[in-house]
Design a protein around this ligand. Sequence first.
Ligand code: UGA
Length: 438
Amino acid sequence: MKIAVVGTGYVGLVTGTCLAETGNNVICVDINEQKVQKMRAGEVPIYEPGLDILFHRNIEQGRLSFTTNLAEAIEDAKIIFLALPTPPGGDGSADLSYVLGAAKDIARLVRNYKVIVTKSTVPVGTADKVRAVFDEHLDINKGGEVDVVSNPEFLREGVAVEDFMKPDRVVVGTSSDKARKLMEELYGPYVRSGNPIIFMDERSSELTKYAANSFLATKITFMNEIANLCELVGADVDMVRRGIGADARIGKRFLFPGVGYGGSCFPKDVQALEKSASEYQYDFKILQSVMEVNEKQKVVIVEKLRKYYNDDLKGKKFALWGLAFKPETDDIREAPSLYIIDALVEAGAQIVAYDPEAIENVKKLKGDVIDYSSDPYEALNGADALIIVTEWPLFRTPDFDRIGSLLKARVIFDGRNLYDLQKMIDCGFYYNSIGRKI
Ligand code: UGA
């Protein structure tokens, strides 16, 4: 099938590449000329495990190409994906100007039947807005005809290729049989193992995306609060997590407490859903609490440090392992590390940070407010303590003797509960993690 993907950000690029992989002919279009040139030259603009192999293979085999020319990209396409940003506007609601702007440009060019798919995370009612743009600008006398479909993405950064190729489910919101058949055909190869394509109306589909992310953010936040309580009552959150996770109704996944959820999706989507609800005069209390608790959780490590150092962090030197909001990505959007850095720097502490992928991005944002190290152990040299913020696999089995000998004191504050408590005692560390005994 011939497909156009408008927007080559994270979602657009993964979608376009993975759709090419099953034999579709995909043209990705972006207004950023420099980016398009780089992709044409074979450069993958984001770090995502497994993407580069598919990217190069499909370019070489002629199924994946890039352009800045929207008309050329959509001319023969049967399905056009809109994968454009929906950043939070000033009031927290999603800004739809990119999506509606692209819809208008496309509407003026369409000369036959096409399915317009919104892949971006958009508030309930956006499909109607997109349709209204087409109704206004489509030239039906020249053969223009479209169906607008909502098809939210559920990709996780770091495992996005796998999530796309073998999705738990595909959600498609459409009221058109013709569009439904095309979407069924398109996604067929990805759900061979029997996972469902769930068809529904557009509004339910749009809400499904927000509900999924908000539910997961709530689940994590609940566990963060349980962890905080564990510390007060002398319980171990690891045990509680296993105890409740064994109940299939609760499930094992997404129960890991830490330094709060971050990234480009959960914070934005929880905020946008709460905002949409308030527009319908619905007071979504649980989401308000989730946001409030998460703000505090992002700096829970700083509170622990304050307590340990009697509120005097001035002149202390900390090694910080992990800057990305989660492992296997260089993404630092809403990363807890940034909040921790700000609070520690403000308190007069010095930081030497190490991350396998995200240093360059943090440098762009924070410059030389902190120091960086290209080696995790080098970062420890002469530091008062090690702070762990991201659970990169590399940090899971470090050389504890080396850590101990490089640090000024054997002190670890771990925001991701990476190590066994007994092992830390055996190695002679003061080890403070989340929701576990010290
Ligand atoms: C999330 C969803 O998981 C995807 O399904 C969705 O498609 C995506 O948002 C999106 O809307 O585009 P992502 O933001 O890549 O994916 O990352 P997650 O793996 O979900 O992690 C989000 C945050 O929650 C991270 O900060 C992570 O550290 C935190 N987290 C996750 C926990 O603190 N504990 C957990 O048990 C799981």
